[in-house]
Design a protein around this ligand. Structure first.
Ligand code: ADP
Length: 162
């Protein structure tokens, strides 16, 4: 049974992320969505909030679990006996970044294989940073993030501005 990890910031999870998770869940026997908690980074949603949103969004995928990682992903994978690392790619810009990351991870641990999954065309331009910017101006997020995430973003920006 193939077990893979899909690591990322998911700040917030978008329809592009969920699409990758659902497609991967039908390929791998087990998929762990690994939410990064990097103390050097500033997140809009804390790790617990990101985990809760993803858990709710993928609750129908019985072979998907959600975990938090506050260390190097290669260390997390080793500790959990996972050798496949899944990453999503939207285009060439993502690919060059992801390519370097995968070479770096293989240098750190030659047992790790990175697998790339290309985005479905409708999610091509969706990225968490743009979603946050749009949400901060109360823009229409329809189709870009699940309803639950759109509500969470609205609440977050309302609480920041009040
Ligand atoms: P990170 O900070 O690790 O890049 P992200 O949450 O931005 O975390 O992305 C996690 C993974 O999901 C990355 O592999 C990224 O390329 C992929 N991804 C993000 N948005 C999309 C999308 N719209 N379609 C496909 N893959 C995506």
């Amino acid at each position: 049974m193939l077990k893979a990890a899909f690591p990322g910031s998911f700040d917030p999870p978008t329809s592009g992320h969920i699409n990758i998770i659902q497609r991967a869940a039908s390929i791998f026997g087990e998929l762990v969505v690994v939410v990064a908690e990097n103390r050097q980074k500033k997140y809009l949603f804390n790790a617990e909030e990101r985990v809760e949103m993803i858990r709710e969004l993928v609750k129908d995928c019985k072979n998907v679990s959600v975990a938090v990682c506050d260390c190097l992903i290669v260390d997390y994978l080793k500790r959990n006996d996972i050798k496949l690392l899944l990453r999503g790619v939207r285009g060439l810009e993502d690919f060059s970044y992801e390519f370097e990351l995968s070479v770096m991870n293989r240098t750190l641990d030659p047992d790790i294989e990175t697998i790339f999954m290309t985005t479905d065309p409708e999610y091509f331009v969706i990225r968490s940073s743009a979603i946050k910017e749009l949400a901060s101006f109360d823009g229409n997020l329809h189709g870009m993030v699940p309803e639950l995430v759109a509500k969470a973003l609205k609440n977050k920006y309302n609480s920041i501005s009040s």
